[in-house]
Design a protein around this ligand. Sequence first.
Ligand SMILES: [Zn+2]
Length: 104
Amino acid sequence: MSDPMAAPEEVHLLSGGAALELHWQHGQRSRIDSDVLRGACGCAACQALRQRGETVAGTGVTLTGAELAGVGALQLFFSDGHNRGRYPWRYLRDLAEPSGAGGD
Ligand SMILES: [Zn+2]
């Protein structure tokens, strides 16, 4: 039983920034493509785009960096210059591990 709010022990950029890999406690690993992360950005601007049904970002966006954003989240820097999204650990887990039990 792992705490969904727990921070990962390690965060890596893979393949020149094409994906993010998170090493959780107990040896679990999650890998999330940068396209997915960029498209899931939760900042106000990206939320507004999604609400209008517009595409948040094109494909081929890579990660250029990642920093802790406060206690429970990661700030990601993308190759298109966008860095306003904060990604709580729990959100990253959800992105990496769709529950598989029927999304809707
Ligand atoms: Zn955004």
